[in-house]
Design a protein around this ligand. Structure first.
Ligand SMILES: Nc1ncnc2c1ncn2[C@@H]1O[C@H](COP(=O)(O)OP(=O)(O)OP(=O)(O)O)[C@@H](O)[C@H]1O
Ligand SMILES: [Mg+2]
Length: 328
């Protein structure tokens, strides 16, 4: 049973053209010229309970628009969307009690209130039973290290502190689903790692289903087995991260340390891309030859001290997909 079921989902925005200048302002009142932005364009996918899915794509791809539809903040233009057996925007009241969301770009807490007061307010809004609330607060107090800033107004928090407060707020009511729109944006390496570990812990221990958008591909690499790639509103890839690399990874590398010097290090099926002293880097095309075949050929011809197969960087793979628009 899927926890999220999306079928033919689209969101179009009407963007009105603006005329400039004094007369333009008057023309703006009368002319209704507009263009249509297909922010999300006919996407379909299913997500099972307990999955942790990375949702990636370049700026303006449609990630936030998708998350906003999933959280019930936006009404789709067309298509079907069922989360937890509910239609998010239609049954909002019941719906929000079962999901949590963090928008990295904007806090969902009260700007002028101390963190703890925001959290107390949420207890009343979500009608969280006292024991649950206290147990969760105690746990998050520890894992998110909220102590130093519980009494600080949200507006005075650092970005990393604010993100931790927002994560706590999103999880106080034990949601089945957690939507994270760029939860690591703007954070330093240490703060990012902390947030990642927390997300992983929640997913493991509570079996919370998580959808995460990010521009930081190390988030995906460290957290997600499954990745969805969106560009210009279209879903370009949906599958295991390893399959993404296999399918679109292109060239792999083999770095070889030779035991002695040879006149040439040429080998059929691979091209030399770098060479220093006795170390040679070969590039070979996935699908044309396997790493073990190549190693076999090399060791038949040369004496080898050490070797290493390098996988393509996920950055490189994703860049290729964006560039080539390789559809499934
Ligand atoms: N309220 C709106 N009115 C008009 N156009 C919008 C609106 N919201 C989003 N768009 C447009 O829809 C497209 C997708 O935007 P969206 O915010 O979903 O992208 P994104 O993938 O989250 O990008 P980013 O990585 O920059 O956050 C963009 O072209 C954007 O300009
Ligand atoms: Mg966005």
């Amino acid at each position: 049973m899927s926890i999220i079921s999306v079928s033919g989902l689209s969101k179009y925005f009407k963007v009105f053209k603006h005329h400039r200048g004094g007369l333009g302002a008057i023309r703006n009142l009368f002319s209704r010229q507009h263009s249509i932005v297909r922010a999300v364009d006919d996407i379909s996918f299913e997500i099972e309970p307990g999955e942790l899915v990375g949702y990636i794509g370049p700026n303006g791809a449609g990630k936030s628009t998708t998350i906003k539809m999933l959280t019930g903040l936006l009404v789709p233009t067309s298509g079907e969307l069922l989360v937890n057996d509910l239609i998010p925007w239609k049954e909002r009241q019941t719906y929000v009690a079962r999901v949590g969301a963090v928008f990295g770009q904007r806090t969902t807490l009260w700007w002028d209130l101390p963190v703890i007061e925001s959290l107390n307010l949420l207890q009343h809004i979500y009608k969280i039973p006292k024991e649950n609330f206290e147990a969760n607060l105690e746990e998050f107090h520890e894992t998110l290290e909220l102590g130093p800033f519980l009494d600080t107004p949200v507006r005075a928090l650092s970005l990393g502190q604010r993100m931790r407060a927002d994560l706590c707020a999103a999880l106080l009511h034990n949601p089945d689903l957690l939507f994270l729109d760029e939860p690591t944006i703007g954070l330093d390496v240490v703060a990012k790692e902390r947030i990642r570990q927390f997300i992983q812990k929640i997913n493991h221990e509570r079996n919370t289903t998580v959808i995460l958008t990010t521009h930081d591909l190390s988030d995906v690499e460290k957290l997600c087995q499954r990745v969805m790639i969106i560009d210009q509103g279209k879903l370009l890839f949906d599958g295991e991260l390893s399959r993404l690399k296999d399918k679109f990874g292109g060239q792999r590398e083999l770095v070889v340390d030779f035991s002695e010097e040879y006149r040439t290090y040429e080998i059929a099926g691979a091209t030399i891309t770098a060479q220093t002293d006795l170390q040679v880097t070969y590039a070979f095309e996935r699908g044309m030859i396997t790493a073990s075949e190549l190693i076999g050929r090399l060791s038949a011809k040369y004496r080898i001290r050490d070797l290493e197969v390098r996988e393509p960087e996920i950055e490189e793979t994703v860049r290729r997909i964006y560039e080539e628009r390789l559809l499934e």
